[in-house]
Write a protein that binds this ligand. Structure first.
Ligand code: ADP
Ligand code: MG
Length: 679
């Protein structure tokens, strides 16, 4: 846009520049992208009797009386004057605004903006904003403000910035043909009208175009990255161990698992680096898919890196893989906190190639880790890692194949947005013989019965989880905490049953010990926090009790529930909550009525939007959107995606002269997210 410093604008000196910096604005271009938060419509004027109750509106009126002034009880002056909108008389009341009040001379006409109130003595406007008709009859932008910098001042600067913009030659990022096809206005029209809309209709058009642009650039970035990946050569798989792997399992793979494995094998045989997302609901058997593909990779002479979000999960994956693959692959664990000697041995085995599969956390990304022949990178729960990390790890090998397994069902539309650079396999079948988990929502009054049920399960040789929202008692919250709850159960209702505690603040050793005891069946009840949310796999656990269930998001509840129902026996999930608010009730009801993770994800997405959908984990994975909102603009996203595909079809790397500006804009959007297009 325009990279000139904001101080180039008339009226912006160093003091203003400092204020703008607080809003993240340092250049004229950035000021132009400081879109209004909202608008005041001074263009449509209403009469006082037709004014909407309580809502601000604009009234055009003539002053018909003399200014009255009266001291107020607490000091200061109150002014009142009679005005007429042509059909009705009303009173304009101002407080301490002597200078403004003095302008209100009989016979003159003004625009008043504010709420109209009906009082016993007739209609009133209290402390309205006042403009002369010449100054004010338009849709006014209201900007984000900061101390010392009002919206009115920004409005003045914005006019100067737009004049500057008009003087600078600009390249349209969307061709005329595309604009016609999509019914989009020009960028120039959009920029002028987002700030100073000619009409409500023009504002709508402007927003449409700006939202489109943001999503369009994002999609171009993702698809460009995909094209870039496809442009380089990938190692070609020489062994297909799929059938041999299935023979090693005590169960038959589901059709969906077989399809995902075949997809992966095909990708790795294609001569291009694989970039695939395997999305599956909890318990759909993603680990088996990953293991099968790793076995093929290992038999082709490659090493595999398997990255998990937590040390606990890495440990568990290592164990599962050793168990599944037996002697066919050497699995090495690399996590922070390993004893020095063990760590050295692991690093040596990775470097000399004797480690076939390396399982770890993001410690795998550190520079000290050198692979001898990395061919396949698998990351679990990829959305906890940003684009940047994805790239860093990929750089460790010669364009290794990339497989992401996500246990959080992501709404299809959102997946397309986040993983537009990937192919997707969906595991939408449950392994045979699994019984659906029965889910109940109960109030705290029924706790004793829940404890009795836990005892009954334990007596039958089964196990239970009890999940609490907090680790320890907190001043800020009266939520149930795991530490006191554990003590309470251990010394009370469950005193004759082995109970253990598991939470994120325990040392790795303690966590490991608790998990191991539970997995071995020595511990019957595990009181835990959400650390058990993903991946933990103990098929003998058949009861999940969640305390303060309303404090968890839908997707989180679903993940937690997925910890049970993994074996042959029937399982239950009990959601304990006394919450009465409607949203909480709706969430709990959804949990009780469906077990379909994708349906739950859609609902969660709808209720909370994409930002909250991933919570804090999301950090870094999405570029910041200024005006687009995924929860609302999915349709535009799809059109942007299609348009991006059309452009890249003719110019896959945006290298043609006509696309230079587009290329630069895409790069700018991904400034902090790694190079999306360059090679
Ligand atoms: P996810 O990671 O998708 O939640 P896992 O890969 O952890 O699921 O698998 C869950 C459990 O189901 C594991 O105990 C696994 O061995 C088992 N499993 C996987 N695939 C099948 C299948 N096709 N039939 C029966 N059990 C399976
Ligand atoms: Mg798993």
């Amino acid at each position: 846009m325009t990279e000139k410093s904001i101080t180039a604008l008339a009226g912006v000196g160093s003091r203003r520049a400092e204020q703008y910096a607080r809003l993240g604005v340092t250049t004229v271009g950035e000021l132009l992208r400081l879109y209004p938060r909202t608008y005041e419509d001074w263009s449509k004027q209403v009469t006082v009797p037709t004014a909407p109750a309580g809502a601000p509106c604009c009234v055009r009126a003539k002053i018909v009386g003399d200014l009255q002034k009266r001291p107020m009880q607490k000091g200061g002056m109150m002014y009142g004057v009679a005005a007429s909108d042509g059909v009705c008389l009303f009173t304009v009341t101002l407080f301490n605004a002597g200078y403004t009040a003095a302008r209100l001379r009989a016979g003159e006409t003004f625009l008043f903006f504010g709420a109209v109130t009906r009082t016993r003595s007739g209609f009133q406007m209290f402390a309205p904003q006042i403009k002369s008709p010449a100054e004010g009859g338009y849709i006014r932008p209201i900007y984000p403000q900061t101390a010392g910098l009002s919206s009115h001042i920004t409005e003045r600067h914005m006019k100067a910035a737009l004049a500057e913009f008009d003087k600078t030659p600009q390249t349209e990022l969307v061709s005329e043909e595309e604009r016609a096809r999509l019914g989009l206005c020009t960028a120039r029209f959009a920029l002028h009208n987002i700030h100073f809309p000619e009409s409500g209709e023009a504002l709508k058009k402007a927003r449409e175009r700006l939202i489109f642009d943001e999503l369009y650039l994002f999609e171009l970035g993702l698809l460009g990255r995909r094209a870039q990946l496809r442009a380089v050569g990938g190692k070609v798989l020489t062994a297909d161990a799929s059938a041999a792997f299935e023979g090693m399992l005590p169960f038959a793979l589901t059709g969906a698992q077989k399809r995902a494995i075949a997809d992966g094998v095909r990708d790795m045989q294609s001569g291009k680096p694989m970039s695939r997302l395997v999305q599956g609901d909890v318990g759909s058997g993603k680990t088996a898919v990953a293991a099968s593909l790793m076995l093929s990779a290992v038999q082709s002479g490659w090493q595999c890196a398997f990255m998990a979000p937590t040390a606990l999960l890495a440990q568990q994956h290592a164990q599962t893989l050793r168990h599944m693959l037996g002697d066919s692959a050497r699995v090495v664990l690399l996590i922070g906190g390993l004893p020095a000697a063990e760590k050295r041995a692991a690093l040596a085995a990775i470097a000399d190639g004797s480690a076939d599969i390396v399982v770890g956390t993001h410690a795998l990304l550190s520079d000290t880790v050198r692979f001898s022949n990395l061919g396949l990178v698998i990351t679990d729960e990829q959305h906890r890692f940003g684009v940047q990390q994805r790239t860093t790890l990929a750089e460790k090998g010669v364009h290794p194949h990339l497989l992401i397994i996500s246990a959080t069902p992501i709404p299809r539309t959102l997946a397309m947005f986040l993983f537009g650079d990937m192919d997707v396999s969906v595991l939408n079948e449950r392994p045979a013989g699994r019984q659906p988990v029965k889910t109940f929502a109960v109030g705290t009054a029924l706790r004793e019965r829940v404890y009795a049920y836990i005892r009954k399960k334990a007596a039958a040789g089964q196990q239970a989880y009890v999940v609490c929202p907090l680790v320890e008692k907190s001043e800020e919250s009266d939520a149930v905490d795991a530490v006191s709850y554990y003590k309470m159960l251990k010394n009370g209702a469950l005193r004759d049953i082995p109970v253990a505690l598991l939470h994120g603040q325990m040392s790795a050793k303690e966590k490991e010990a608790a998990m191991a005891a539970f997995a071995a069946g020595d511990v019957k009840v595990l009181v835990a926090t959400v650390v058990i949310e993903v991946g933990v796999d103990v098929p003998n656990a058949t009861l999940m009790v969640i305390e303060d269930a309303d404090r968890f998001g839908l997707s989180q509840l679903h993940q937690l529930r997925g910890r049970v129902g993994r074996g042959k026996a029937a399982s239950d999930c009990v959601l304990i909550s006394d919450a009465e608010n409607e949203e909480a009730r709706r969430r709990l009801a959804t949990m009780c009525s469906t077990a379909d993770g994708f349906k739950i994800a859609e609902e969660d997405f709808e209720m909370r939007g994409p930002g909250d959908f991933f919570g804090d984990r999301q950090h870094g994975a999405l570029p910041q959107m200024r005006i687009a909102r995924l929860s609302r603009d999915m349709e535009t996203l799809q059109r942007a995606r299609a348009a991006a595909e059309r452009v890249l079809k003719n110019d896959p790397h945006l290298q043609k002269a006509e696309n230079a500006a587009l290329h630069a804009a895409v790069e700018a959007l991904f400034e902090n997210g790694g190079d999306m297009l360059s090679d």
